[in-house]
Design a protein around this ligand. Structure first.
Ligand code: TYM
Length: 329
């Protein structure tokens, strides 16, 4: 039987170079070796208010972007989370297997809820990981390619699968996280202490969007924050900005850090940044060219319709098994 790979992205704005290098590229590179599912986590997007038309457009944009990045609709099941109702029901069930303490310890929850006080925190933000647990377990997933920031959620998934199986008998498949050593946390170009996010505080100067105008993207890289060591060297603590650019270059080209360091021995940051900009711009140009082909709502609706039909078959089989194990059938 084929092993299963699954990942998802929240449609909450334009996709970034971080999304691509941390998750989508790893998925695309492996889609032929697995039974593959990629979905749009639109229920996760509405844990905070999204203007409905903005959300709809973001979903289309996100699927067209998956395809432009190389997800193959003939090899991968592409669907929208809210089209497969089993996600909601199973997410609800998995919330009951979870302790408040476990959810309180999630780093992403702690970071995002900072400053609201306990009273002001949306419960959606709090239970967000248990829906993610359901997303993964519904498809008997073996491997989940994600960036470093989502690793803890996949580890929670493993804990909950184990707890469920102990309580109710062997029902759920145990997934593994796949976080690549290179590019698992692409940093903000203006503030390398922060992750590159879909939105940042500095007019998005620190974030490369896959749809960025090439001149804008080039400018962002050329003006990225580095250091005074004047040495192209990988050291995430001492030289986070340069190490980030090295990760971007290495992840796209496959070159090792040692080889990059060697090539830039005795050279300044200007030449190095220019090469990173060239490589990133050529990647974006390619993606943007393909995006034009897929930016067609009729085509995307068809892909989503077929994807949801396929996904539903697998998800309902798991949910039926879960209900049977729990005595809910
Ligand atoms: P989201 O939409 O925040 O991010 C999508 C994917 O991109 C990765 N990522 C990054 N990787 C490296 N560097 C960065 N700067 C960077 N920014 C984002 C994320 O780690 C993620 O893999 N909860 C998830 C979506 C989700 C999901 C799932 C993923 C819902 N259910 C089930 C996998 C399996 C999220 O909000 O990702």
């Amino acid at each position: 039987m084929n092993r299963v790979m699954l990942t998802g992205v929240r449609p909450s704005g334009n996709l970034t170079l971080g999304n691509y290098l941390g998750a989508i590229k790893n998925f695309v590179d492996r889609q032929e070796s697995y039974k593959s599912y990629i979905f749009i986590a639109d229920l996760h997007a509405v844990t905070s208010y999204k203007e409905p038309n903005f959300l709809k457009e973001s979903v289309y944009n996100c699927i067209a972007m998956y395809l432009a990045c190389g997800v193959d609709e003939n090899k991968t099941i592409i669907f929208k989370q809210s089209d497969v109702l089993e996600h909601g029901t199973f997410g609800f069930i998995m919330t009951f297997q979870t302790k408040m303490g476990e959810l309180s310890r999630m780093t992403q929850f702690k970071a995002k809820s900072q400053g609201c006080g306990k009273e002001g925190v949306d419960t959606g933000l709090f239970v967000y990981p248990t829906l993610m647990v359901a997303d993964i377990l519904l498809y008997n997933t073996d491997i989940v390619p994600v960036g470093k920031d989502q690793q803890q959620h996949v580890e929670l998934t493993r804990d909950l699968a184990e707890r469920f199986n102990k309580r109710y008998g062997n029902t759920l498949n145990m997934p593994d996280v796949y976080v690549d050593v290179i590019g698992n946390k692409i940093l903000n170009l203006q503030n390398p202490a922060e992750k590159m996010n879909k939105s940042d505080d500095g007019n998005n100067k620190g974030t490369i969007f896959l749809m960025d105008d090439l001149n804008v993207a080039r400018k962002k890289i050329m003006s990225s924050v580095t250091d005074n060591y004047n040495k192209v060297h990988f050291d995430e603590d001492l030289q986070p900005g340069i190490s980030n650019l090295m990760s971007i270059l290495a992840k796209i080209t496959g070159e090792t850090f040692e080889s990059i360091e060697k090539r830039y021995e005795g050279k300044g940051y200007g030449d190095f940044k220019k090469e990173v900009a060239d490589v990133v711009c050529s990647l974006l140009e390619n993606i943007q060219e393909r995006f034009k082909k897929y930016n067609n709502k009729e085509l995307l609706d068809k892909i989503l319709f077929n994807g949801a039909n396929d996904a539903r078959i697998d998800a309902s089989e798991t949910l039926n098994r879960v209900r049977k194990s729990m005595g809910l059938n």
